[in-house]
Ligand binder design. Sequence first.
Ligand code: G4P
Length: 306
Amino acid sequence: MEIQWFPGHMAKTRKMMEENIALVDAVVEVVDARIPYSSKNPYLDELWRRRPRILALNKTDLADPVKTELWKRWYEAQGYGVVLLDALHGTGIAQIGPMAKRLCQEKIQKEAAKGRQERALRLMITGIPNVGKSTVINRIIGRKEAAKTGNKPGVTRTKQWIRLRGGIELLDTPGMLWPKFEDPKIGERIACIGSIKAENLDAYTVAVLLLGLLREEYGELLRERYKLTAEEMQADNEQLLLLIGAHRGHRVSGGHIDWERTARVILDEFRNGKMGRITLEVPEDERSAEKNTGGEDQTVSRDEPV
Ligand code: G4P
């Protein structure tokens, strides 16, 4: 499967990101808690290295709380500051500022030792499209209306710093990163959560992929939601979709299952959390993905069009 994503804009996006990142003391990378690995961008590791970095697992209201904890521990063990957010309701937002200060403590002390005057800490929010960057910014600064700015690479805006309490300044515009698609599984998971419209992937294909992922660990949720019997659960993913369509009474004239409608319903119900709180990957997957792609080396030619 191939997913195209803004290929022509990658170099511009990268340049903007590099310009902005040079101005800040700490970076907050927002990822989707349902796919904390697939929605995280390894290019930032290259660019930012081991400087103060917060990983914000957002949309925890939709994610499996047990797996969210596993991810938190996994990333903390790698040296990230980790916050768990539900930016829609504001949960966890208040931890960002104090955590940034803690992570920059050493830098602040070094500057003070050199006799430099105390200055505001500068922060920026980054992430791939739709992880909730704008919602996080709006929550931090207590703004209601959406700052829908980040997903159009190449659109230059004047940089604005927003002064927050506690001696912190936040860059108004989120830094845009692109997803990594080297591993097709990553593209599939991103398509499942609906963050990026994959033009060449129809709802049916994505819904069948999603059923394949869900049945592994969330078979019970599927059974309950769609009133499937244990025997029906043995069917392959495509048949399972048709069975769900039959249970829901999705039929077109002539009596055939309206599989397109069923696919859309499955995707909507998953994305809106109606099936329950679900996470599509565990740290174990990250380990095996790194093995498959040769780990760190996978960052080569990342700004080539995919
Ligand atoms: P971005 O800047 O990273 O591109 O993301 P943005 O803030 O625009 O958020 C994308 C969508 O995700 C928005 O929904 C937003 O309300 C939702 N969202 C953000 N944070 C959370 C969260 O913690 N929990 C949940 N459940 N949703 C969150 P939208 O405007 O309805 O867009 P869409 O869902 O139609 O794409």
